[in-house]
Design a protein around this ligand. Structure first.
Ligand code: PNS
Length: 161
């Protein structure tokens, strides 16, 4: 039986930190399903189609990855794709409380569904989608923070009319 993991998030947009985690997850899972939520409470900068397309481009050279969208509960989606693991990145201590609650709830909703917390590399630990959007909004240098295709998409979004 292959080990299938779901790496879920908003990915608005995918960063180098996300990409690094996806790549490293593949060293211990056979298949990684990158699951993009459509029901983000905050209004995303990129549409679901744009986010999925940028993930596909960023992870084009990582094998065993599929990109899907999901509505509703992550535990239900994980079950529907046969996943036994949920991957989440923990960048800082501040992330922990929410992540801890979410992991317990997901195990309650999907018995046997384990959450694996991954620590990013030191070089990417400060990179978040929120910070990247902020840098892009004010025309900052995005080199090394996101894939060049994501940088181009961000520049287009924030281009002055
Ligand atoms: O990248 P994010 O915004 O931190 O991702 C959060 C996400 C999408 C993984 C989380 O909000 C989620 O799983 N949403 C789906 C609804 C759900 O299952 N909530 C968790 C039950 S605690």
């Amino acid at each position: 039986m292959p080990t299938i993991a779901v790496y879920a998030g908003s990915f608005d947009p995918i960063t180098r930190g996300h990409a690094e985690l996806a790549r490293r997850s593949r060293t211990f899972v056979d298949e990684l399903v990158v699951a993009v939520t459509t029901n983000a409470s905050k209004k995303p900068l990129f549409s679901i189609e744009e986010r999925m397309s940028l993930i596909e481009t960023t992870l084009a050279n990582v094998s065993g990855v599929t990109v899907c969208r999901f509505d509703g509960l992550l535990a239900d989606f994980a079950r529907s794709v046969g996943a036994s693991l949920i991957i989440r990145g923990l960048r800082a201590a501040g992330d922990f409380e929410y992540e801890f609650q979410m992991a317990l709830m997901n195990r309650h909703l999907g018995p046997g569904l384990e959450t694996v917390f991954m620590v990013p590399s030191v070089e990417t630990t400060y990179i978040s989608s929120t910070i990247v959007r902020e840098v892009a909004r004010y025309g900052g240098d995005l080199t090394g923070l996101v894939h060049p295709a994501v940088a181009a998409a961000l520049r287009t979004k924030f281009a002055k009319p």
